[in-house]
Design a protein around this ligand. Structure first.
Ligand code: AMO
Length: 444
């Protein structure tokens, strides 16, 4: 009989951990991949990649056995033991004076990309074709450490505010968001779809837990290739009941973003500095009605309105520019979207039934969130479906919640990759997805 103890395996994986060793010049044992080697003659820098980042290790060629050092190449994985020292010029402020190296594995072929350069200097297509490798670069690792922290912030904030974390099906029988951008599938001879959003389910769960959130993939069969659309992306959704106004949702999102950005400042200072990320600082976000926003940019920038019912990407840019110039804000809520462009579950504005109690959040010139108040009364929802040319018979399961009672409620969906794209000041959302799925790409 053997037992598994579940005891924590102690390994230095953070710079804070390393620093506490270095303050006492203690011996540390580290493992990681050789990121690069800089041979300086009598000694060499072995730059080791550990979870937190790159650690500078110095190998004195006159001390110890040279055999293992001579076998090292980039991407060899090693374990090394050495004395840790505080060294302000080294990344993370720590340097390891190596005493012993154990080779754990060697790559079969030389790594085809030079990871030691700050910028990889390759185009997006080459990057995407080689993603399993380019993800090992400092810039990509920083991006996805920050992305992980954004998700952590979203979760921590909502957990602390009484929301329950839920997981809803991604194979579904109907297309919640409507439209043509839905992936169809043959579900054992029945018509099925990949979920475009958790919309119906998160509303349903408001009847159960009052406040819920979900972090998960959603699928959109976008048939065009743009710099801001993915066919699979991560949606950060929340939905809450007993709201007094749809502005409660905007307030919750504002507080949530403030929390996330504070967390990034605290936990990802190194990654943000490496990428030059400027984290917005604010206590409130300005709001503007959809119709007023269109008029503002027409008057200010001479922009001609082509589509009165939706915002074109260039209009999102101009609205953002306006609020940056006039209010020094990088975020702006655009509210009261026209009924014509909002889904059937959006609640109409009682003051003007051409518009809905809904909003988008623009960040640095791009929509990153859609949200709003939902219809919670049964008859009102039936009437709205009919007015939109939909047959309520097709929504029997969803309508159960309206029929049997729901509180006033609303919520939002925040596109994780879009938020990150704007934080990183990238020109393409594909840099914010580990393995992006687009019109031409199902691999790697
Ligand atoms: P919507 O369809 O506007 O709303 O999506 C919400 C947010 O998701 C992001 N997004 C995308 N990101 C990458 N690629 C795409 N193809 C893509 N499509 C959308 C955007 C967008 O703001 N159910 C509603 C949300 C709600 O009302 O709760 C919905 O899904 O950042």
């Amino acid at each position: 009989m053997e037992y598994s103890s579940g005891k924590e395996i102690l390994q230095v994986t953070t710079f804070e951990g390393l620093q506490s060793y270095a303050e006492k010049n203690q011996q540390a044992i580290l493992h990681g991949a050789v990121h690069n080697i800089r041979d300086m003659g009598n000694f060499a820098f072995i730059v080791l990649r550990i979870p937190a980042g790159l650690v500078q290790c110095v190998w004195d060629k006159s001390s110890g056995d040279q055999t293992v050092f001579d076998q090292l190449r980039p991407e060899c994985t090693i374990e090394l033991a050495g004395e840790s020292h505080l060294e302000a010029r080294a990344p993370g402020g720590v340097e390891i004076h190596v005493q012993q190296i154990t080779l754990l594995s060697s790559p079969a072929e030389d790594f085809p990309i030079n990871l030691s350069r700050r910028e990889l200097g390759i185009n997006l297509d080459t990057d995407l074709n080689n993603r399993p490798l380019t993800l090992r670069s400092g810039a990509m690792r920083a991006r996805f450490r920050i992305q992980a922290a954004v998700v952590r912030g979203f979760r921590e904030f909502l957990d602390a505010n009484g929301f329950t974390d839920i997981r809803t099906p991604k194979i579904v029988g109907g297309n919640a968001e409507g439209g043509t951008n839905v992936f169809r599938l043959d579900y054992f001879g029945k018509k099925g779809f990949l979920a475009q959003s958790p919309q119906f389910y998160k509303q349903t769960m408001v009847g159960v837990f009052e406040r819920v959130y979900e972090i998960g993939p959603v699928f959109r069969a976008e048939k065009h290739s743009t710099n801001r659309h993915l066919n699979e992306y991560i949606s950060l959704d929340f939905e809450m009941g007993y709201i007094k106004s749809f502005t409660d949702i905007m307030d919750m999102e504002t507080a949530c973003l403030i929390y996330i950005f504070d967390l990034l400042r605290r936990d990802c200072a190194r990654e943000c500095a490496a990428l030059g990320v400027k984290i917005p600082s604010f206590t409130e976000i300005p709001t503007v009605k959809f119709r007023d926003a269109k008029e503002l940019i027409a008057a200010e920038y001479g922009h001609k309105i082509k589509d009165p019912y939706d915002l074109e990407p260039v209009e999102e840019q101009l609205i953002s520019r306006y609020f940056k110039e006039k209010y020094n804000s990088e975020l702006v809520f655009v509210t009261h979207y026209p009924v014509k462009k909002r889904p059937f579950y959006a609640k109409d504005d009682p003051e003007d039934s051409h518009f809905t109690l809904s909003f988008d959040l623009l960040f640095r010139g791009m929509e990153i969130t859609t949200g709003g108040q939902r219809i919670h009364e049964y008859q009102e929802q039936i009437d709205k479906m009919i007015s939109k040319g939909l047959d309520p018979e097709g929504f029997t399961n969803y309508l159960m919640i309206h029929k049997y009672g729901m509180p006033p409620h609303g919520g939002l969906g925040l596109g994780l990759e879009r938020l990150c794209m704007k934080l990183f000041d990238d020109n393409n959302v594909r840099y914010s997805a580990l393995f992006p799925r687009d019109l031409n790409r199902l691999e790697p």
